[in-house]
Write a protein that binds this ligand. Structure first.
Ligand SMILES: [Zn+2]
Length: 74
């Protein structure tokens, strides 16, 4: 589930001026703070951290396929 960051339009509350909240991807975006009920707007969505794209990119098997073809070796 992605984490979304929201910001109070006016003053913040006990959750702070900005807060983040975990929501389903297809969940409605919040228009008011679940804690104080004042209006909020969504700032941006943080990418879920459990997808280590950099590591899997390094392990791509394609990187090892630059060898000479077998036929050249007799
Ligand atoms: Zn609030």
């Amino acid at each position: 589930m992605p984490v979304y960051e929201y910001e109070h339009l006016g003053r913040g509350c006990g959750r702070g001026k900005r807060f983040d909240i975990r929501q389903e991807v297809d969940a409605k975006r919040l228009t008011d703070c679940p804690a104080c009920g004042r209006p909020v707007h969504r700032i941006f969505s943080l990418v879920n951290v459990n997808t280590p794209k950099t590591n899997s990119d390094l392990k791509k098997p394609g990187l090892h396929q630059a060898r000479a073809p077998r036929q050249g070796r007799l």
